[in-house]
Design a protein around this ligand. Structure first.
Ligand SMILES: Nc1ncnc2c1ncn2[C@@H]1O[C@H](COP(=O)(O)OP(=O)(O)OP(=O)(O)O)[C@@H](O)[C@H]1O
Length: 276
C-alpha cells in the first residue's frame, strides 16, 4: 500500500481528466439506464488509480468510456488535454494510440488460431500505421522481444498459440500488446481477478513495476478491495454509478469516510502488503 502525499512530489499535468462523466445505455422498452452518474477523476504519470466496487456498479462502463469504447452521455474525458473521441479501433487518431486497455480475460483479446508472434506483429503494425511511422521488420522484432522481456516472458514463447500458455502468461501477453503501443495510460479491467493466487501477485507486481519504470498512468478496476489496496496509489470507491469516496489508498484503507467503504473493508479477510 502506498500513500504518495501531494506535498511529497511536484505536481504533474494529469494524463487523464474526467469531469462529471455520465454513461448510459438504451434499454429496449425502458428508455435509458444510467450506469455512471457523473464522476470526476484524474490520473497522473507514475500513478495507479484503483476503482473498486461490487459487480454492476458501473466500473467497466467507466473503464470503456476512459479509452473511448463507450460514448459519454454527459461530462468529458480528456487524455493529455484532448477529448477522448469514441471511434472504432481502426479509425482511432494517432493521439489516442497511447491510451490502451487490458481486459480481464486475456483469451477474449487473443485470437486462439494465431500464434502469439502474429498477434503482436499486428498490434505493432497498426500502432506504427496510426502514427504514420515507417519502420523495419528488424525494429519490429526488437520491440516485440523487448516488451516480452519487460513483462517477464521468454521471447521464445512468441511462437506458441494462446492455448499453450498459462493464464498468467496470457495476461502478460495482453499487457505486452498494450505496451507495444508505447502507452502513456493503461486502463486494466480486472487484470488479475481470473488468475490463481501466485500469478495474481506476480502480475500485480509487474503492473506496479511498469508504472514506476515507464512513468505511465494506470487505472485498475476491481471488485476486490484487497487487490486494489496492494498496488494502487489512490483508490476510488464506486457504488451505483457514483464515487462515494476517493483518496490515497492508505487513507481509504485505514480511515474510510463512507459507510459503504467500511462495509467493503469488512468483507476483506486480510491485506497482504506489496513488496518493494
Ligand atoms: N450494453 C449495456 N446495455 C444495457 N445495460 C448495460 C450494458 N452494459 C452494462 N449495463 C448495465 O450497467 C450497469 C453497470 O455495468 P458494468 O459492467 O459497468 O458494471 P461493473 O461494475 O463493471 O460490473 P461487473 O464487475 O459485473 O462487470 C449494470 O447494471 C449493467 O447491467
Amino acid at each position: 500500500m502506498t500513500d504518495r502525499s501531494p506535498l511529497a512530489e511536484p505536481p504533474t499535468e494529469p494524463l487523464i481528466e474526467v469531469a462529471d462523466a455520465v454513461v448510459s445505455y438504451r434499454v429496449k422498452g425502458k428508455g435509458r439506464f444510467v450506469a455512471v452518474h457523473g464522476v470526476d477523476l484524474e490520473v497522473h504519470p507514475g500513478e495507479i488509480v484503483g476503482i473498486v466496487g461490487e459487480s454492476g456498479c458501473g466500473k467497466s462502463s467507466l473503464a470503456r468510456a476512459l479509452v473511448g469504447i463507450n460514448k459519454l452521455s454527459g461530462g468529458s474525458i480528456r487524455f493529455k488535454g484532448e477529448p477522448v473521441t469514441p471511434l472504432p479501433i481502426r479509425r482511432r487518431p494517432a493521439r489516442l494510440v497511447p491510451l490502451q486497455m487490458v481486459f480481464q480475460d486475456p483469451y477474449a483479446s487473443l485470437n486462439p488460431r494465431r500464434r502469439i508472434t502474429q498477434q503482436l506483429e499486428e498490434v505493432w503494425n497498426s500502432a506504427a500505421r496510426a502514427r504514420g511511422e515507417r519502420r523495419t521488420a528488424e525494429e519490429r522484432l526488437a520491440d516485440i522481444t523487448d516488451v516480452l522481456e519487460r513483462v517477464g516472458l521468454d521471447p521464445a514463447l512468441r511462437t506458441r498459440y494462446p492455448h499453450a500458455l498459462s493464464g498468467g502468461q496470457r495476461q502478460r501477453i495482453a499487457i505486452a500488446k498494450a505496451l507495444l503501443a508505447k502507452p502513456n495510460v493503461i486502463v486494466a479491467d480486472e487484470p488479475i481477478s481470473a488468475l490463481d493466487a501466485s500469478s495474481q501477485k506476480h502480475v500485480g507486481d509487474l503492473l506496479r513495476r511498469l508504472v514506476d519504470d515507464l512513468q505511465i498512468g494506470m487505472v485498475i478496476i476491481s471488485h476486490d478491495l484487497a487487490v486494489v489496496a496492494t498496488i494502487a496509489d489512490r483508490t476510488a470507491v464506486m457504488r451505483a454509478g457514483v464515487f462515494v469516496e476517493q483518496g490515497p489508498t492508505e487513507r481509504v484503507w485505514t480511515a474510510p469516510e463512507h459507510p459503504y467503504t467500511r462495509e467493503l473493508l469488512g468483507a476483506v479477510p486480510a491485506l497482504v502488503g506489496r513488496e518493494g
